[in-house]
Design a protein around this ligand. Structure first.
Ligand code: CU
Length: 502
């Protein structure tokens, strides 16, 4: 196991985000500052639907100054960049999504278990000036979910520009579970993204061949739409709801002072009990809730190892099976935390149990086994194949097939449990399935990693992962569910399929 403590030298670690990339000097990056000159982290506006069952979000454009005095054109839901946190409970929910942008958008409820017609996938485009208002039913356990536009061919660019937000499904019982629950005080929502900026602070979306191949990464970390922030926390146990809203970056999160991370929930909800981790891997589209104990009054920084897919080292490292070694040497700071004793300290110990309803589909009758090969299809000749022409792009497929809006790839029976065997070569791909929670049965022939436990809807596949999937929500040919790589450039390039459930 790597020991990272000695690799961090106090404030010097703050500069790592800008220092580890060779090209960082030509662009604006995170200011090389110490924690004192950082600004307080802001949290998205909270829309609480618990009493009303309704909310409105409007896709709109505006400008955002990620760097003071340098406005960038961005889009968001109800605001200039990103969107609100929408809190909801079981029962009826009536979202209204308006589109004030000059192109179609959708609002995919990533992690909500709703039928295909409510899912907000590529077939549910909202045209300019249009409104979508499905009558939905929320019937799932508490979790942290995500919503974002999902128009085929432009998901990556539009999410990169800001069209995403966060959902909290709650049941009002967190106090009984001994969990922090005060929004923006000890229950912190952290939407993690990385972005590339021009010298004048504009968002760059380059789409070079490497950006498509590896997915678009940036050298500046943006948390809740903010660059260079510090989070204030009470002298207590704090809950972090981590959402990887990056287009392509896979984080390997750990604390700068080696204090443990207590994993309490994965994508679909709570684990039975906290699991203590040294490092938490979080791929695009994945969520994790962790508890961190600040009751000793000391701050720390949430750090990440480098992206296993970044640079040629990613592929070579993967081929050599040295992912952890490679990523360990490219670590950077994601967000520093500072203890503020004026904040209310509600929870002072890590609970022994959470009581999550962890799935066990291993004894279920498996109706069918399906294989999904996430295929880059470029082999050794990729660098000399003439740039990012159609030939290169056509390799971004599943089972050799590019996504086709008019083709149903798989047909599943409602109520069945199936085994889906997902395999990759070359890169690690975060595999997401709409409309289900699944259980990770094995990863590379071994027991799942701790962060792959519990109910999941997205999982990083770095060689072969077996999923047990129980299908409980219907989806028609008109509004089928998607399965796809959540590296958004891969998804847009065709690494997606669609299935019906009936
Ligand atoms: Cu991918």
């Amino acid at each position: 196991m790597m020991k990272r403590r000695n690799l961090l030298a106090g404030g010097a670690a703050l500069a790592a985000g800008g220092a580890v990339y060779a090209f960082a000097d030509s662009r604006l990056t995170m200011p090389m500052t110490d924690a004192k000159s950082r600004t307080a982290l802001r949290f998205p506006p909270l829309i609480d639907t618990v009493n009303t069952g309704k909310f409105l979000v409007t896709a709109q454009s505006d400008t955002t100054s990620f760097f003071p005095g340098h406005p960038a054109e961005t889009i968001g839901f109800n605001q200039a960049y990103l969107g609100p946190v929408v809190r909801m409970k079981k029962g009826s929910l009536r979202p209204t999504v308006e589109n004030n942008l000059a192109w179609p958008v959708s609002s995919h409820w990533h992690g909500l278990l709703v039928p295909g017609e409510h899912d907000g996938g590529p077939h549910l485009a909202i045209e300019t000036g249009g409104v979508w208002s499905p009558d939905m039913e929320i019937a799932q356990e508490p979790c942290t979910a995500f919503f974002h536009t999902h128009i085929h061919g432009r998901t990556a660019r539009d999410v990169y520009s800001g069209l995403a937000g966060v959902l909290h499904v709650v049941d009002g019982l967190d106090r009984d579970r001994g969990l922090p629950e005060s929004y923006a005080v000890d229950d912190l929502t952290l939407l993690l993204q990385d972005r590339r900026f021009s010298q004048d602070g504009k968002l760059l979306y380059a789409n070079s061949m490497m950006d498509i191949m590896h997915g678009m990464t940036g050298e500046t970390i943006v948390v809740n739409g903010q660059v260079g922030a510090v989070a204030a926390v009470p002298k207590a146990v704090v809950r972090l709801r981590l959402i990887n809203g990056s287009n392509a970056r896979i984080y390997s999160l750990f604390s700068s002072d080696d204090r443990p991370i207590h994993l309490i929930a994965t994508d679909g909800g709570y684990l039975p009990a906290p699991v203590q981790l040294e490092t938490l891997r979080l791929g695009p589209g994945e969520r994790a809730e962790i508890l961190v104990d600040f009751s000793d009054g000391n701050g720390m920084s949430l750090m990440s190892g480098g992206d296993p897919n970044a640079g040629m080292g990613g592929m070579m490292g993967k081929a050599r099976g040295l992912l952890d070694d490679i990523t360990g040497s490219r670590q950077f700071e994601v967000l520093p935390f500072r203890v503020d004793e004026r904040l209310a300290a509600s929870v002072t110990r890590i609970p022994d149990a959470i009581g999550g309803n962890q799935p066990d589909l291993r004894t279920a009758e498996i109706s069918k086994v399906r294989n999904f090969s996430l295929d880059m299809g470029m082999g050794g000749g990729m660098m000399g194949s003439g740039g990012m022409g159609r030939g290169m792009m056509s390799g971004m497929a599943i089972n050799g097939q590019l996504f086709d809006m008019s083709a149903i790839n798989e047909r599943v029976r409602l109520g069945d449990t199936e085994k889906w065997v997902v395999s990759t070569s070359m890169l690690a791909h975060p595999f997401h399935i709409h409309g289900v929670s699944f259980q990770v049965f094995s990863e590379n022939g071994r027991e799942p990693r701790p962060e792959s436990l519990g109910w999941k809807d997205t999982v990083v596949v770095d060689s072969q992962t077996e999923l047990l999937v129980h299908f409980t929500k219907p989806a028609s040919e008109e509004t089928p569910f998607m399965y796809h790589c959540h590296i958004l450039e891969h998804e847009d390039a065709g690494m997606m399929g669609q299935f019906t459930v009936s």
